[in-house]
Ligand binder design. Structure first.
Ligand SMILES: *[C@@H]1O[C@H](CO)[C@@H](O)[C@H](O)[C@H]1NC(C)=O
Ligand SMILES: *[C@@H]1O[C@H](CO)[C@@H](O)[C@H](O)[C@H]1NC(C)=O
Ligand SMILES: *[C@@H]1O[C@H](CO)[C@@H](O)[C@H](O)[C@H]1NC(C)=O
Length: 339
């Protein structure tokens, strides 16, 4: 996989989203809130370059010659595809690209289990072929997508069975029909969680409980065949984040802080994924004290949450403290004494 070229063409405010295609089995997504046509180009491991429009693609300032040559060749092909798709899309429905929805069953597995992926198109219609992708970690949070067997022609069946699932893995699907192929939007990324131990990649939670309080730090320890682990979390809405959002890495261990919240946690390297742990973290309230260097001065303290004043100390008792419930992740609190 050298580099990936992908493009998204949105037509003014019609909210049309098109994928100019995928190269070498890697797939990238655009967003559906585009206001003007643009094309985005990304080389693995680098920041995406966004051109003003698809037609200005050729003049994008790309310094790397070998990459530029290949890009020019592919951009013409992909532009052709995108305009082809646009034409077809206009015939089908000018302002709507259907969505693929993926379900995985079961969502928790033991090593060796079979997993069934099912893809449906919203709103439902006939004549689709289905394309199945497996997420491959790339960088700290991103994934690239590898086409599963079933290949570039897709499968006629709207379900796909993975035999002998051994570890946590993410999947996506999309459907396509016609010639040139008109694709739906990609489904969300869905994970199949492995509850079983995989010696090549394992997550240990210390202290060993699945119910915790946000005020105690947890150690999420990654072990196995990698020198570089990332500890990841998926919350109830499927939103993913990495250790630095709610803790700090020390070697292969993530030590959580008070920002950690309930979710499914697992370890990942470029090639391995560990078992996952569904951890419930109860949030408590805490009392914040505001101290002044000069203890004798009787002053009022104001408290700020993310730079917004939340409490003025007006009771003249100068307690200099407030109690907050640790409901929100990652808020920063500050106090200030009034002169
Ligand atoms: C240009 O791209 C090629 C292929 O991706 C890469 O091997 C090479 O190091 C790049 N050259 C520069 C100067 O960035
Ligand atoms: C990282 O872990 C090692 C070994 O457990 C420990 O000695 C060290 O103090 C830790 N470093 C930090 C910054 O916590
Ligand atoms: C994790 O556990 C909670 C509480 O038992 C449950 O509601 C939730 O569905 C579980 N999440 C997953 C992904 O299984």
């Amino acid at each position: 996989m050298g580099h990936t070229l992908f493009g998204a063409l949105g037509l003014f405010s019609l909210n049309i989203l098109l994928y100019c295609g995928h190269a070498q089995g890697a797939l990238k997504l655009g967003t559906s809130s585009l206001k003007a046509p643009f094309m985005q180009i990304q080389q693995h491991g680098e920041q995406p370059i966004r051109s003003r429009s698809c037609s200005s693609l050729k003049s994008t300032k790309l310094r790397n010659t070998s990459w530029r040559t290949k890009l020019r060749r592919e951009s013409l092909l992909h532009l052709a595809i995108s305009f082809g798709v646009l034409g077809l899309n206009n015939v089908e429905n000018p302002s709507y690209v259907p969505q693929s929805v993926l379900t995985v069953s079961p969502s928790w597995t033991s090593p060796g289990d079979s997993v069934t992926l099912t893809c449906s198109v919203e709103p439902p219609s006939a004549g689709w072929r289905f394309f199945w992708y497996k997420a491959v970690p790339k960088g700290s949070i991103a994934y690239t997508y590898e086409l599963l067997a079933g290949g570039t022609t897709g499968t006629e069946q709207d379900s796909y069975i993975i035999h002998g699932q051994t570890h946590t893995a993410g999947y996506k699907c999309r459907a396509g029909r016609g010639d040139p192929v008109f694709y739906t939007q990609n489904s969300d990324l869905k994970f199949v969680w492995s509850g079983g131990v995989n010696p090549a990649a394992s997550l240990t939670v210390s202290p060993h409980r699945l119910q915790h309080f946000s005020t105690e730090s947890l150690s999420l320890i990654c072990e196995g065949n990698s020198a570089e682990w990332r500890v990841k979390k998926a919350d109830e809405d499927g939103k993913r984040s990495i250790c630095s959002k709610w803790g700090a890495m020390n070697g292969s261990t993530c030590n959580t802080d008070t920002r950690a919240s309930s979710g499914v946690y697992w370890c990942e390297s470029e090639t391995q994924s560990s078992n996952a742990a569904n951890i419930t973290i109860h949030r408590e309230s805490v009392t914040l004290h505001c101290r002044h260097g000069d203890q004798r001065k009787e002053k009022n303290a104001d408290f700020y949450k993310d730079k917004t004043l939340i409490e003025m100390d007006t009771n003249h008792q100068h307690t200099h403290e407030i109690t907050i419930s640790l409901m929100s992740d990652g808020s920063s609190y500050k106090c200030r004494f009034k002169d």
